[in-house]
Design a binder for this molecule. Sequence first.
Ligand code: ADP
Length: 227
Amino acid sequence: MKVDALRLIGVQRRYLQGDTPLEILRGAELALRPGEAVALTAPSGAGKSTLLHVAGLLERPDAGDVIVRGASTSAMSDDGRTALRRSSIGFVYQFHHLLPEFTARENVMMPQMIRGLDKREAGRRADELLAYLGLGAREAHRPAELSGGEQQRVAIARAVANAPHVLLADEPTGNLDPRTADHVFETLMALVRATGLAALVATHNFDLAQRMDRRITLRDGLIVETK
Ligand code: ADP
């Protein structure tokens, strides 16, 4: 049996509001298998971003464990978590957050070079990914010279540049018109199918949620499956 790409076990996360603790996650459980796309839909304030931050090793849970491809992270040092995040987890946000002074190609090369790959190898991978995402002719463009859909596809290419096992997306099509959203979503799904990446996608878009393999929501700090 293939090892889960990501598992959450009894994840708790609370914030202090003044003296009052806000219990956002109260024992969240989740298993993401390689090659599956899971939609996360919940009302604003339910804890979707918190869940994605904890799952993406950007925040530590107050209790419980995040397991990335069989590796428990609860006892890992911050450096260990950062290294694991860089190699195994990709992020896509509602706004592309591309570096404006760099080209599409350079934006996709960046995370690879931060991870220690040499420039030629990073460039080769960027070319391959951008061509796969239909952006071969846009490589030398800066973000301002790209359409919203193109910017978001470059952001997806950047997120998977280091061949992560898990992709975490927070409203990746939330800022796009319906047709462009559809195209960007299809690009993302094609990537999931082709690479065996596991994707957790927070979205308010009911139609896109229905096209993923499973749907989950947050209820009273717990993850529950929905139809
Ligand atoms: P969602 O993404 O579903 O809208 P969030 O995860 O952003 O929800 O937030 C869940 C709740 O936790 C909200 O009530 C929010 O105000 C609170 N919250 C989030 N981050 C912090 C923080 N760093 N400090 C205090 N409260 C926070």
